[in-house]
Design a protein around this ligand. Structure first.
Ligand SMILES: Cc1cc2nc3c(=O)[nH]c(=O)nc-3n(C[C@H](O)[C@H](O)[C@H](O)COP(=O)(O)O)c2cc1C
Length: 346
């Protein structure tokens, strides 16, 4: 599943990252972050290569010594710290000593762009909205048409909007690039009434992203990206084996978004509402709530989100804030967070 990466490729990645201003080779923490962005196999491979080089020359005199040190640190972090302390990514809230009614001033001046969205064209609204509402979760949507031909594509106009029974919502923008005017996922959902939401994790981000290519209808992105199909239980479209959470869904409703204020009756987006009829969670990524209910372990899921443009976000650092009216004393578990798992809480 992992590809081995040569030292020259690593160096190229490093220089690209340097060019983007994300890392500086002069700082050990940025080297750590650079190597952290590699898979465990790649980090292991790189560190071993550097160790082999040290046997042939005096690595202490090479700038690569710092890279080797960062590689060792990443491997210790992955194999020792992260495995022995599952809550390593939980950090303190931004203002741990904040008290109710205490001011929390924003870091910007009170001067606003007041934008009448009803007067703006799509080309202006799109970059604005996808940068304003962030981070968005991403559904990797698996669909098939009635002849069984598969399709896979990422959608970040996506969320869970009800849990009893669970419902999800997806926004499929109209595409003039498709012969039938609809994106392939929407075409298939309308054809069969079924789809599977696969949650994307860091470990297959690149393959999932590959599925957004404008491929011909009938070309299966599952094969093109190298992802692995896994049979679903109640619906025809397959799940993605690399994904740790799958939601098998049936279509319940569509709503066509039109720009009537511009006297335009064409559909710009079709909002799909689906009922989740089957849930699959990889056992290794699951956990138990304090009251023993099955949940997904956010720290193990490593979910990615969509920000603006081509930018994705990692979900690496979390913090807990108890609800003001639901204290640790009230729930009795000592964490103050138990109540989020009750049926009425959202
Ligand atoms: C992370 C990500 C999120 C996306 N979200 C959406 C979305 O919510 N709605 C949409 O219409 N297109 C979205 N796209 C673009 C589609 O994935 C792209 O148009 C794709 O070709 C659609 O594939 P399909 O025609 O096979 O359904 C997104 C692309 C990426 C990379």
């Amino acid at each position: 599943m992992y590809t081995s990466v040569s030292l020259s490729e690593q160096a190229e990645r490093g220089s690209q990252a340097h060019h983007r201003g994300h890392f500086s080779f002069h700082s050990s923490s940025s080297l750590f972050h650079l190597i952290s962005s590699l898979s465990t196999y790649e980090a292991h491979f790189l560190t071993l290569q550097l160790w082999n080089m040290s046997e042939k020359s005096n690595i202490a005199q090479l700038p690569l010594a710092a890279l080797f040190g960062a590689g060792v640190a990443v491997l210790i972090d992955r194999f020792v710290i992260q495995r022995t302390s599952p809550s390593k990514r939980k950090s303190t809230p931004p203002h741990p000593h904040w008290k109710p009614s205490q001011a929390q001033p924003p870091p910007f001046k009170p001067k606003w762009h007041d934008i009448d969205s009803e007067s703006l064209p799509s080309s202006v609204l799109y970059p604005l909205m996808i940068t304003a509402v962030v981070p968005r979760p991403i559904a990797l949507l698996s669909t098939t048409n009635s002849s069984g031909v598969g399709n896979l594509a990422p959608y970040s106009y996506f969320n869970v909007v009800a849990h009893d029974p669970p419902h999800v919502v997806i926004g499929c923008c109209t595409s003039n690039l498709r012969p039938h005017g609809k994106k392939d996922s929407l075409y298939n959902i309308l054809d069969t009434g079924e789809f599977v939401v696969n949650i994307i994790s860091e470990w297959f981000a690149e393959a999932a992203n590959h599925c957004c290519g404008n491929f011909e209808y009938g070309e299966n992105e599952m094969q093109l990206s190298g992802l692995t199909p896994l049979s679903s239980t109640k619906v025809q479209p397959p799940r993605v084996a690399e994904s740790a959470v799958h939601l098998e869904c049936r279509l319940v409703h569509t709503y066509e978004v039109k720009n009537s204020n511009r006297n335009d009756t064409t559909t710009t987006t079709t909002i799909v509402i689906g009922k989740v009829v089957m849930i699959h969670i990889a056992e290794d990524i699951s956990a138990r709530s304090p009251s023993g209910k099955i949940i997904v372990d956010s720290e193990k899921l490593l979910p990615i989100s969509r920000l603006g443009g081509n930018t994705y976000g990692r979900t690496r650092e979390m913090f807990d804030l108890p609800r003001p009216d639901r204290t640790a004393t009230a729930t009795g578990d000592g964490t103050g967070n138990t109540m989020i798992y009750t049926s009425s809480a959202t």
